[in-house]
Ligand binder design. Structure first.
Ligand SMILES: NC(=O)c1ccc[n+]([C@@H]2O[C@H](COP(=O)([O-])OP(=O)(O)OC[C@H]3O[C@@H](n4cnc5c(N)ncnc54)[C@H](OP(=O)(O)O)[C@@H]3O)[C@@H](O)[C@H]2O)c1
Length: 233
């Protein structure tokens, strides 16, 4: 989804910074766009779990881009977890990327946007954060943490003209969902990126992507706990 967002923003003329661990994937993204009309693409290889490195990478990117109007935290991992598996290391890895990385990058942007009194912060959370599901307890926990953190940022920064948006996608056809059973209403990463940018433009606060997942989220949140624990959703 991050790559699709980068391509769309570039095509719209924005200078864009793309950050991920795999340098070769970033270079591929650069080559794909070489020669096309649009903004510049600046890439940095970085592991979001290394939160202490974020301030330097962030400042360096902002300098090279000539400023910043929008940050989208789209990094995330969702390892397969067995029904009897309680692997703390695996669980803490998810926390480090999905929550620690999100906080480190969004805090850096929040500081800048507060000072410049403008900017948009977007976190790609998930509908999975709406309830505690038995399938992957910590993935949902990381998304619930993102939701609360982003809400708090929104409440802090609103009065300074800074927009904070929580995105809750349903199923999107990416590496993360490859081979997963039971997918439905699957959309492409490019369609998801289009809907995310539409939500940014409309200054939405929380947006299910596509919007029909709002109904699913609302119903799921209303299911009593004693019923939910018997379900596999
Ligand atoms: N796909 C879905 O159905 C779905 C639904 C709801 C929410 N989401 C959320 O949407 C976001 C994007 O997921 P996706 O579907 O696009 O998955 P994806 O195709 O697996 O992409 C994940 C991205 O995160 C980057 N990443 C992973 N670990 C990282 C780390 N330690 N440091 C820096 N970058 C890292 C990956 O790049 P590198 O591996 O090169 O680092 C990759 O670009 C995630 O937060 C996911 O939880 C996805």
């Amino acid at each position: 989804m991050g790559a699709a967002l980068v391509q769309r923003l570039r095509a719209q003329g924005w200078n864009v910074g793309a950050v991920a661990r795999r340098r070769e994937m970033l270079q591929e993204l650069q080559h794909k766009d070489a020669g096309r009309a649009g903004g510049r693409l600046v890439v940095r290889a970085h592991d979001a779990a290394r939160a202490h490195e974020v301030p330097e990478v962030f400042e360096d990117l902002v300098r090279e881009l000539g400023g910043l109007d929008l940050i989208v935290y789209a990094a995330g991992i969702m390892p397969k977890v067995g029904p009897q598996e309680y692997d703390t290391e695996k669980d803490l890895d998810q926390l480090a990327v999905n929550v620690g990385g999100c906080i480190a990058w969004c805090n850096a942007a929040a500081r800048l946007f507060h000072t410049q009194r403008s900017g948009s912060i977007v976190g790609i959370s998930s509908i999975a954060g709406d309830r505690g599901r038995k399938g992957n307890p910590v993935y949902g926990t990381t998304k619930a943490a993102m939701n609360t953190y982003l809400e708090a940022l929104r409440n802090r920064l609103g009065e300074y003209g800074v927009h904070v948006l929580t995105i809750k996608p349903g199923f999107v056809d990416t590496d993360m969902t490859k081979g997963l059973p039971g997918l439905f209403w699957l959309i492409s990463a490019d369609r998801a990126a289009e809907l995310v940018l539409k939500a940014v433009r409309s200054k939405a606060t929380v947006r299910y992507v596509p919007k029909r997942w709002w109904f699913v989220g609302t119903v799921i949140r209303c299911i009593p706990s004693f019923v939910f624990r018997k379900m596999n959703v």
